[in-house]
Design a protein around this ligand. Structure first.
Ligand SMILES: [Cu+2]
Length: 458
């Protein structure tokens, strides 16, 4: 039986305009056109629609190995660029404005040439004035389907975001750039959406096996999701399959930009099964699985099979050619006294005047020199030392790595890694394509205020 709340959310779903899901299913050089523009969402009755930044696509679905040209037209009121997070693209397609491309000016276009090397759950998001543009919603998910279909009864995608809303029920733009937040845990929103809607509900049937793709699109909120008590496994992380799916029997923590693919077996009876975000004292209901009777025969709930491996280069831990440290310092209650900024050593007071408060190896903001330079194919090891009182979520562009972190199943791949306050972790990867690859904190206010470096592959 649907209660009134769920009836409202289901009926509002039916009234939504049909948005565009671009499926590029014809291999080889298909051209997609995407327009970046503002969009209106009727989230609050009795208020004008809220205006977000987005695009004319809801998501992109590609097939593994497919090559596409994606012409991105910028109809926003600011220059921009798109980064294809987790996708192993050529460096000049990586979308980092100021490093791998000039920003796409207002009214102009840029064509990204992308080959979907790996199947999995990825996303595209702004990499220009990111702390503003990401907070305004400039992103969309990108799913690369396995060559051979991985059979489930439903494939659900939940892109979870938090938004800062003001008293007029519009995006609170005035608080963008609040430096106190930058020096602490970053910008947090006051409402949570799934797939850019409030109170999403998903219809499932008893007996179904569901692939649930989770993506944290927030600027800085580290989310902990309490899923329904149903047999659940982790199938993939950051787009890369686990060799053996691992049973999940507790809440799952997802840092900004991280993705998880889960398998959930709906073995219980009909009813509403909420998903809560429980990282704060408030338990926020973010979505509901609305389970109705179905197959009648409840599955035996056997472990799901693994996804086929993606063609990542194998790691050889005995052949590491480059070993370096990355010391994180700064932030509120930190010990940072000075740091190099644009070639000059500045005191903390002077750094703050330049909106910098975090450093990597004594440098705040991007440096002319890379953290390290390696030849394509060489093995790299970076020991990350979080000597701050804050968590950070490190994202390596263009590469997946392994890490000796205790919070994650052993031996899995990441493109984004959560490090808690004072934690250390060593990441190991093989240098990929030639170019300049960014390495930064994906709590985007931390990136903006200093936590960014890059590696050079020659
Ligand atoms: Cu950070």
């Amino acid at each position: 039986m649907l209660n009134r709340r769920h009836f409202l959310s289901l009926s509002s779903l039916l009234l939504l305009p049909v948005s565009r899901v671009v499926e590029a299913l014809v291999p080889n050089h298909q051209l997609l056109n995407i327009t970046l523009k503002s969009e209106k969402k009727k989230w609050f009755s009795n208020y004008s629609p809220i205006i977000l930044w987005g695009s004319d696509v809801e998501k992109i679905i590609l097939k593994q190995h497919e090559n596409v040209q994606i012409e991105v037209k910028n109809e926003l009121s600011d220059a921009t660029s798109l980064h294809w997070h987790g996708m192993r693209v050529k460096n000049n397609m990586d979308g980092v404005s100021g490093l791998t491309q000039a920003p796409i000016a207002i009214g102009s276009s840029f064509t990204y040439n992308i080959t979907a090397q790996d199947a999995g759950t990825f996303w595209a998001h702004s990499h220009h004035n990111t702390y503003q543009q990401l907070a305004m919603g400039l992103y969309f998910p990108l799913i690369v389907k396995e060559e051979e279909e991985y059979k489930v009864d439903q494939d659900l995608l939940l892109v979870i975001d938090d938004w800062r809303i003001n008293e007029h029920r519009q995006l609170d733009l005035e608080s963008l750039g609040d430096f106190s937040e930058w020096a602490h845990g970053g910008r947090k929103g006051n409402i949570i959406t799934v797939n850019r809607e409030i109170e999403q509900s998903y219809l499932c049937k008893v007996g179904q096996r569901i692939r649930l793709r989770l993506l944290n699109a927030a600027n800085s909120r580290i989310m902990t999701l309490q899923l329904p008590v149903l047999p659940t496994w982790i199938l993939a992380k950051d787009g890369q399959p686990l060799t053996v799916p691992i049973k999940l029997d507790k809440a799952i923590t997802i840092g900004p930009a991280e993705r998880y693919d889960l398998i959930i077996d709906v073995t219980s009876s009909a009813g509403n099964y909420p998903i809560y975000e429980v990282s704060t004292t408030q338990n926020i209901q973010v979505a509901t699985l609305n389970v109705i009777s179905g197959k009648d025969i409840v599955p035996s709930s056997s472990s799901p099979s693994a996804l086929p491996e993606n063609p990542l280069a194998k790691l050889d831990f005995d052949q590491i050619s480059h070993s370096t440290k990355l010391l994180m310092e700064g932030g509120a209650m930190g010990s940072l006294r000075q740091a190099k900024y644009q070639g000059e050593v500045l005191s903390v007071n002077e750094l703050v005047k330049n909106k910098k408060i975090w450093s990597f190896n004594g440098t705040a903001g991007i440096d002319d020199k890379p953290l390290l330079s390696a030849k394509s194919g060489e093995m790299i090891e970076i020991e990350i030392i979080n000597n701050t009182r804050w968590p950070h979520v490190m994202h390596m562009h263009g590469h997946h790595f392994k890490a000796d972190s205790e919070h994650y199943p052993k031996g899995i791949w990441h493109d984004t890694l959560l490090l808690l306050a004072k934690e250390e972790a060593t990441i190991v990867f093989r240098a990929g394509d030639v170019g300049k690859w960014l390495l930064h904190c994906h709590m985007i206010e931390h990136q903006a205020s200093g936590m960014v470096t890059w590696i050079e592959v020659t």
